[in-house]
Design a protein around this ligand. Structure first.
Ligand SMILES: [Fe+2]
Ligand SMILES: [Fe+2]
Length: 221
């Protein structure tokens, strides 16, 4: 018997089976901002064969499900987001900026347009992410954990808008890097930059999914 049905909601699928996100990213199935769509609707709108996607998803579902964050206590979920995703951004964004600076210095003339555009995007998204995380850490998360009334509806709306912006930055970065495929002539730093960007993309999508689809709906009830 199949473990998933066509009607499964993307956000629930990736929550229960985190590895499913790799197949979703490969096919452009948006489990973060578009996480409330069913697998069938998302495949239909992208004109993708759902049976092929389900076949590819099967190996991700064989493993025992890891922790499902939708049933975890809110405090544990917030700690997980901070320790895993915020900490890794503080650590990795300066590294990515260093890498793009080096690549632009060495190869910027040959590939002016896309590398310079990538550098600008990366610096813009880094600045916005740092500000965004500070707002979550200093205002929103303590408010959520305090359980005080009124519930933080407006701050959550602002965070959702920020997440949409970050998501469109990620789409732009994927476009500019040809889906993280370095050109043949790319040096090792250039290749490493693209691998790091792909990992940033993956982590940010999971991070946004946990906030948009699990933490925020729970706290605005
Ligand atoms: Fe966050
Ligand atoms: Fe966020």
């Amino acid at each position: 018997m199949d473990l998933i049905s066509e009607n499964v909601i993307l956000a629930e699928l990736v929550d229960q089976y985190p590895l499913a996100s790799k197949v979703m990213l490969k096919h452009g199935l948006d489990f973060c901002c578009g996480g409330q769509s069913s697998l069938a609707d998302a495949c239909e709108s992208l004109k993708i064969d759902i049976n092929m996607v389900i076949d590819e998803l099967r190996p991700c579902l064989v493993q025992a499900p890891t922790q499902s964050w939708s049933t975890a206590p809110t405090e544990e979920l917030v700690t997980h987001i901070l320790d895993c995703y915020h900490a890794s951004l503080y650590e990795n964004l300066p590294h990515l900026q260093e890498l793009i600076n080096r690549v632009v210095e060495a190869h910027g003339e040959k590939d002016n347009q896309s590398l310079h555009a990538l550098k600008k995007l990366l610096f813009d998204v880094s600045g916005e992410l740092i500000e965004h995380m500070e707002k979550e850490e200093q205002i929103l998360f303590p408010w959520i954990l305090s359980n005080r009334q009124p519930r933080p509806i407006e701050p959550i709306q602002c965070m959702l808008i920020d997440h949409k912006r970050v998501s469109s930055f990620l789409t732009e970065i994927a476009k500019l890097t040809d889906n993280f495929q370095p050109p043949n002539e790319a040096c090792a730093t250039w290749r490493n930059l693209y691998a790091c960007l792909q990992s940033l993309d993956y982590q940010l999508r999971i991070h946004i999914h946990l906030e948009n689809n699990i933490l925020f709906p729970r706290t605005s009830r």
